[in-house]
Design a protein around this ligand. Structure first.
Ligand SMILES: Cc1cc2nc3c(=O)[nH]c(=O)nc-3n(C[C@H](O)[C@H](O)[C@H](O)COP(=O)(O)O)c2cc1C
Length: 546
């Protein structure tokens, strides 16, 4: 009889651990079960990203679309590098792309021959979504497909979601090409992703096949002839360095940039490569465009006037004199003093070229070009910001001498310059308060409080010690108690670490706070409880035995 019971328990153990993997039990049950027996069966940590030493400008210039791939697989290290660059968490706790509202609404599905996974940026891991080979979804044949999906619960505006996706895809292109892999943005057949059974609040937007190009890259250095802008040069930062060093600021020292700096910034947004692609017999641009339409016109303003950029790498003055204060008047920039920025870049969508049926793709391209400017800003050791709320498009057009072109729609403003060198003080190390011990599975409230000596609002970055992180929660009033709840699902001793930053991104040091979640009930007891709950017959068998 004992043998029979032990056998039954073993069988049930197998059923309860195998079924969740094959997707026959619902996900919540799986997580609950997995957490309590301290094994994670559906999340796989990625290896550390590779160090790619190609300089950023060369990555911009090698960006091109690849549509035919060999069967050679992509290594986990290569995949890890690309995923970190496109959506990972940076050294200082930011995301690799920039969203001013912190509403990162993209879900990244990684489709491999064994299964489909979701990328978990917080843990830099892959979480199993569905077993089976779904590589037939979308266009082209490749060893990996990356599905980019907009989560409408996180960001209700699809166009804002597309801006993020444009940024993400740029970094996929850059690292793929730098690793001698290839990719292409595809907007066709993305509805195929519904076959994966994605939740109803998610909408497929883009699929990027990833693999080794069937035809190796073949470029020749052949810059466009010098006109009134200097030739594009390579700086020293790699894509990874630029992502980690990106500086978002609200105020700048109003000193002119050099012509080379202005040139590099505007070129990064929309210019042509200094490399000629011998395979396709063409020169690519620093970003892709749907049907290669390239519907944007790029303008920029400095202390001496407003200029239009020609992607053949020249600028022409369209208004003389400083228009920056006027620009500021037509923009909802809150506390961003854009009039102090040395070089204000304004991408206009030419609606004669970019029709409304592809509107979301133009927002993708807007994200792509902004991403490039932010990265080049870091490579030049400058700082920038991004504003999307333009309150008066007509007024802005008139300030820039574009009243006769109502087909030009300003979609954002990117102020760039040297960060304001004031005597800003960092916020104080945040106090942390809350229960020092508790029970696994119970939610507790912790209080964080940091005072900023300049009275600036503060943000909190909190590592809970169990792999969960709060990314710059805020803004909060300086010196105010901020309550944040957390639940530890497993027993153990955890170190909460928290730091604060002010609105100028100046950071405090870390504070620490130890929490102990004692082992109240053993894992095996909990497992036994779960088995009894799930299989009442077991209880009857046990009562027979005892
Ligand atoms: C939003 C968007 C959607 C695109 N959709 C497709 C597509 O469905 N299939 C495809 O082969 N290429 C697609 N492309 C890639 C463009 O065709 C490509 O970027 C353009 O021809 C320029 O070539 P290049 O990227 O090699 O410089 C898309 C690009 C963008 C930006």
């Amino acid at each position: 009889m004992k043998k029979y019971i032990v056998g039954t328990i073993c069988m049930l153990l197998i059923i309860t651990t195998v079924l969740p993997v094959t997707g026959k039990l619902n996900k919540l049950e799986t997580e609950y079960f997995v957490d309590y027996i301290n094994i994670v069966i559906d999340e796989y940590p990625l290896p550390s990203p590779l160090s790619v030493d190609m300089v950023l400008e060369e990555s911009f210039c090698r960006r091109m679309s690849v549509r035919s791939f060999t069967e050679e697989s992509v290594t986990d290290e290569e995949l890890s590098t690309i995923l970190w660059a496109c959506y990972g968490v940076t050294e200082n706790g930011n995301r690799s792309i920039f969203n001013p509202n912190d509403s990162y609404s993209t879900i990244i599905y990684v489709i491999r021959s064994d299964a489909t996974y979701k990328y978990v940026p917080e843990n830099h891991s892959l979480s199993l979504f569905k077993t089976g080979n779904y590589l037939h979804l979308g266009q082209y044949t490749s060893p990996i497909k990356i599905g980019l999906v907009w989560d409408m619960d996180i960001e209700s505006d699809e166009l804002r979601g597309m801006i993020d996706i444009g940024m993400i895809c740029q970094n996929i292109y850059f690292d793929a090409n730098a690793l001698d892999l290839g990719t292409v943005t595809t907007g066709s057949y993305v509805e195929d992703l519904y076959e994966l059974g994605i939740p109803s609040n998610e909408k497929p937007e883009i699929i990027m096949p990833l693999g080794h190009p069937s035809t190796p890259y073949d470029f020749t250095y052949d810059p466009l002839p010098e006109q009134n802008l200097p030739l594009v040069i390579n700086n020293t930062l790699s894509l990874e360095d630029a992502i980690n060093n990106r500086l978002i600021k609200n105020k700048w020292d109003d000193i002119p940039l050099s012509l080379l700096e202005e040139s590099q910034l505007i070129w990064s947004s929309y210019g042509y490569s200094y490399l000629f692609d011998n395979v396709n017999n063409k020169r690519h641009r620093t970003l892709p465009s749907s049907w290669a339409i390239y519907p944007f016109k790029i303008f920029a303003a400095n202390h001496s006037g407003v200029y239009q950029y020609s992607p053949s790498h020249s600028i022409s003055e369209i208004v003389a004199g400083d228009q920056r204060q006027k620009i500021k008047n037509f923009v909802e920039s809150n506390n961003i003093t854009i009039e102090s920025a040395s070089w204000i870049i304004i991408p206009f969508l030419d609606t004669d070229l970019g029709g409304s049926q592809f509107q979301k793709y133009w927002y993708y391209e807007l994200g792509a070009l902004i991403n490039n400017i932010l990265l080049e800003t870091a490579a030049l050791n400058l700082s920038a910001n991004v504003i999307y709320d333009i309150s008066d498009e007509t007024g802005l057009r008139s300030a820039l001498g574009l009243s006769s072109q109502p087909n030009l729609r300003p979609l954002s403003i990117i102020p760039v310059g040297n960060p304001f060198s004031d005597s800003n003080n960092p916020p104080e190390i945040p106090d942390i308060d809350g229960p020092t011990n508790g029970v696994a599975g119970t939610e507790y409230t912790y209080i964080f409080n940091s005072v900023d000596p300049d009275g600036d609002d503060v943000y909190y970055y909190i590592k809970w010690g169990d792999g969960h992180i709060e990314y710059w929660d805020g803004p909060h009033q300086s010196g105010l108690d901020i309550e944040i709840t957390h639940t530890y699902v497993k027993q153990g001793t955890y170190l909460i670490e928290a730091k604060a930053k002010d609105t100028s991104d100046t950071e405090s040091d870390w504070n620490e706070f130890e929490v102990t979640i004692p082992r109240t009930r053993t894992s095996s007891y909990l497992l036994f409880e779960l088995l009894l709950e799930r299989f009442p017959i077991l209880e009857r068998l046990l009562s027979l035995l005892l």
